[in-house]
Design a binder for this molecule. Sequence first.
Ligand code: NAG
Ligand code: NAG
Length: 276
Amino acid sequence: MEETSLLCLLFLSSLPVSTTNQARLTVSPSSSQVFKRDFVSLSCEEDDSSAGWTLRRNTTTEQRTQCGTDWGEAAGFSCVISYIVTKDSGVYWCESREGATSNSINLTVSGGTVILQSPVLPVMEGDDVTLLCKTKATPSILSATFYKDGSLIRTESTDHMTIHNVTRSDEGLYKCYIGSHGESPSSWITVTEKPTTTAPPTSGAPPPKEIPQTSGAMPSPPLSSLHLVLRLVCHLVVFCPYFISTLLMVSLCRHRPTGHHLVSMVTSPSHPGKAE
Ligand SMILES: *[C@@H]1O[C@H](CO)[C@@H](O)[C@H](O)[C@H]1NC(C)=O
Ligand SMILES: *[C@@H]1O[C@H](CO)[C@@H](O)[C@H](O)[C@H]1NC(C)=O
């Protein structure tokens, strides 16, 4: 009895899973700040192309406007802004026809001569993060000064600074300054918690060392076919529980002689007398 109701529940609860879809927004060049007149390409990487993903943005003057019709040039799943201007600064995201949204990206277009190249996507606790202070002018930068939340972090004798082993406290608003050129706009860096799902015990044996690159001569598949395989696996993973639980439920429900009250919860109530 309970097995059947459990299966019926499983069947019902697995239904929404099969309609789940997601998208991920990426930007190229991978920087949250760009110079005016730069070329920028944004892409929605989606699981389900039939969901009708569109790329949208909010700026100070417009809201939820769409690539291709209101700004930019749609090119497949990408959107290209070939000559970006300061009023293109804003928050960009992908949105499906049903209203599902991807991650969003803050893009700042600088009309000045200095930008800070910081990670566009959230960084994970424990990662190393490199901030690059870039100018349009001379390539030889003698020193750059980096700020977080308005306070000086440090001055480097190069154009970049690396924060090792980031923690949640490194999250904040960063900018940089190059003497004789000026300062960059500010960009927010988000630090996310490390997922703790498969954390191995730390006190026991040391974790296995990474397999040396030299031992495996296995050719890695090109990115496009890897993407296809991932997509196939994804579809299988989503569809299998639904398919198996449907089969199980149908066979169990059909072979149960009593308990019509339970069966009638999932079968159509318009044929109460036709139950086998
Ligand atoms: C864009 O603007 C709309 C309308 O003001 C708002 O509801 C939405 O949250 C904004 N989206 C983002 C990602 O900021
Ligand atoms: C975008 O910028 C705003 C304001 O600086 C910040 O609150 C928000 O978290 C940023 N969003 C992302 C995705 O970085």
